[in-house]
Design a protein around this ligand. Structure first.
Ligand code: PRX
Length: 652
């Protein structure tokens, strides 16, 4: 779990309360508690009302069909996500409103109005069609944070081709695994992107990934500009690879939005699970769009003149739901930034907030803890007075970080929405409503109206401390795991009959507020990113020197959790200087930098039960420097004592 029980007790004694100010309440999109009662009494009518705020080509005949564990929402309805994000604004009053304001890391900037975005998206949709992409074909997207990432996603949605966005920080192997699993036909990438003044050579990485990706027929390469192509020596394979700008030159700007079924796939997004193989989370169109639209409107309280900034990467679900589909469906002005928060200095995000007049800001606790460490002077140099609402997502936020965010960034005037959700839930599930909910630092508070959550024990009884469960289907829920419905059933629906198991631990306090405690399975949360222990273990054992590996999370001041690996070597290999670094690099090569182990300890043996199961709990105790728990079930208790001593000596 992400937090020890001591930390939890401190949390539950947290007595600070923050009620929304009268000024905020007066203008809030949701200010009447009655919404909870109404949604609770008739969730179908409530969600149907939200769906009614979208544009449909054909109205649904049934709100939800629940055939556990499969749900269908807005059955019979036809719509298009891009139409809802662009066309309806272009034909309404937002034609010339800024949809996307983008700044590159080197400081270059571009602004797209709704009309601009509509034109570029339609052109690119035609480009995809020209490359043979048909409704239902999968398209992989491997891009930096540039406007074309949004255009590519929306273009896919426009023609009914599900996208599979792969975070640009993932390795060639990870890209290739995802392409193969989805059998993607086209890959959209860029020559490179900027990160801390360096160029990330995306096309070169993609080329390595493509060596094993037979399904890809065409690759579209965006020239990020700034001479990147020259620097990275992009190789274009004749017949397969095409420059984006050349294809776009000839493309028609007219492309009707395809009327897709509410239950047609909108996208697949891979996320880490409890095995070595990432899961392709499947999201469909009508329910997903309804819930991201509703949550964006109420949780971020979006108004016509807001400048909204979510700092996530489009490669994660937060980017999908709260950079692209939620805000654009609401007709918002979205800020997007390409690069690192500390480039060229640690004030970059605050410079951006001041320059563009950001009013709503959504980031991760790990980022907030980094800002705290960098010092108040960085935000202190900027005028952040336009900010009016702050959000967090991705991991539990500790009350100190919450208070710092409130005081230093929010000037003690901005409500904070701590939003709990997952790749699988598609949209925000547990969250304050900023004009209604009194917040407590460290608690995500209450389920969004129309969402039903409970805390349960192993036996499925409602308790105050246990596992977080979702007890009714919700519109944006994942529909299955791509190509592996059995895994979908096993992973989420087998713990209790017809209830969704989140994989998170939670407590509930006397006001019914939820306090999220982190994962209870073999999934780590490193700097807000999900990493499977088994994925890292399989990467390690793929190294020729490694016999066995056990990976656990250890508490980390900034990242929340860091990766610690215990490794046994094969006969004939010794833990020579430099091997630990080599293994760390090897994991980065295999998965990507987010999975780099912070500590590696070589050991002759791993602590195992008599039946041969690795005792991860003990390894976690060692990694976090705690007294060892019960060792009586171990085959050889001496192993763990030795390991603990060696770990402490090395202070890894
Ligand atoms: O453990 C929970 C944590 O992040 C997990 C989901 O990760 P992912 O699918 O990558 O999606 C992250 C962005 C939605 C959850 O199972 N988590 C997410 N938000 C919170 C959180 N833990 C505590 N508080 C949150 N607000």
């Amino acid at each position: 779990m992400g937090r020890g029980s001591d930390a939890l007790n401190v949390l539950l004694r947290e007595e600070r309360r923050f009620a929304p100010s009268a000024a905020f309440v007066t203008r809030a999109n949701a200010r009447d508690r009655e919404i909870y009662g109404r949604a609770g009494a008739d969730p179908e009518a409530y969600w149907a009302e939200w769906a009614g705020e979208l544009d449909w080509f054909e109205r649904w005949h049934t709100v939800v069909e629940w055939d556990p564990p499969h749900a269908k929402w807005f059955v019979g309805g036809k719509l298009n996500a891009t139409y809802n994000c662009l066309d309806r604004h272009v034909s309404g009053g937002r034609r010339n409103k800024a949809a996307l304001i983008w700044e590159g890391e080197p400081g270059d900037r571009r602004t797209y109005t709704y009309w601009d975005l509509h034109r570029e998206t339609s052109k690119f949709a035609n480009v995809l069609k020209g490359l043979g992409v048909r409704r239902g074909d999968r398209v992989a997207i491997y891009l930096p944070m540039i406007p074309e990432a949004v255009i590519a996603m929306l273009a896919c949605a426009r023609i009914g081709a599900p996208h599979s966005v792969v975070f640009g920080g993932f390795s060639p192997d990870s890209l290739s695994d995802r392409i193969q699993d989805a059998q993607a036909k086209v890959l959209i990438t860029a020559d490179g992107g900027y990160r801390r003044g360096q160029v990330v050579p995306l096309k070169a990485n993609a080329d390595r990934g493509l060596e094993r990706s037979a399904s890809i027929e065409h690759v579209v390469v965006i020239a990020r500009g700034g001479g990147i192509s020259g620097e990275t020596g992009v190789h274009m394979k004749q017949g397969r690879d095409h420059w984006y700008h050349e294809l776009m030159d000839d493309a028609s700007p007219v492309c009707e939005a395809e009327a897709v079924d509410a239950e047609d796939l909108l996208y697949i997004l891979y996320t880490s699970g409890t095995t070595g193989k990432p899961k392709g989370v499947v999201h469909t169109t009508g329910g997903y769009l309804t819930q991201v639209y509703a949550t964006t409107k109420l949780v971020f309280d979006l108004k016509e003149d807001d400048v909204y900034w979510c700092t996530a990467d489009v490669g994660w679900v937060t980017g999908h739901s709260y950079i692209v589909y939620g805000p654009l469906a609401n007709g918002a002005t979205v800020l997007m930034y390409e690069g690192a928060p500390d480039w060229p200095d640690r004030g970059r995000l605050w410079t951006l907030c001041e320059t563009y007049g950001v009013t709503v800001f959504y980031t991760a606790p790990t980022a907030i803890r980094a800002f705290m460490r960098w010092g108040e002077e960085w935000p202190g140099r900027h005028d952040l007075s336009r900010l009016r609402l702050l959000g967090t997502v991705g991991e539990p936020i500790n009350p100190e970080a919450w208070m710092w965010y409130h005081r230093v960034i929010g000037g003690e005037r901005c409500p904070i929405v701590d939003t709990w959700w997952q790749t699988e839930t598609g949209a925000i599930m547990i969250t304050p409503l900023p004009g209604i909910t009194e917040t407590k630092p460290g608690s995500a508070t209450l389920p969004f109206p129309g969402v039903f959550a409970d805390v349960m024990n192993q036996g499925g009884e409602s308790v105050n401390a246990g596992f977080l469960a979702l007890t009714r289907p919700w519109p944006a829920m994942l529909r299955t795991i791509y190509g592996d419905d059995q895994r979908y059933r096993d992973q989420y629906w087998s713990k209790w009959p017809d209830l969704y198991f989140t994989g998170d631990g939670a407590k509930r306090d006397e006001d019914g507020y939820f306090w999220l405690l982190g994962r209870v399975d073999d999934v780590l949360n490193v700097a807000g990113h999900r990493v499977g222990t088994m994925e890292v273990e399989s990467a390690l054992v793929a190294h020729p020197a490694v016999a066995e590996a056990a990976v656990v999370g250890k508490a980390h001041e900034i990242k929340g959790q860091a990766i610690a690996a215990f490794v046994t070597l094969k006969e004939g290999h010794r833990a020579l200087d430099g091997l630990a670094d080599e293994l760390k690099e090897h994991v980065v090569e295999k998965i990507g930098a987010i999975a780099r182990p912070e500590a590696i300890l070589f050991t002759a043996d791993l602590p195992k039960t008599r039946s041969g199961k690795i005792m991860r709990r003990l390894l976690r105790d060692i990694a976090e420097g705690r007294a060892l728990g019960d060792t009586t079930t171990l085959a050889d208790p001496a192993v763990v004592e030795q390991l603990k001593r060696r770990y402490e000596e090395k202070e890894v």
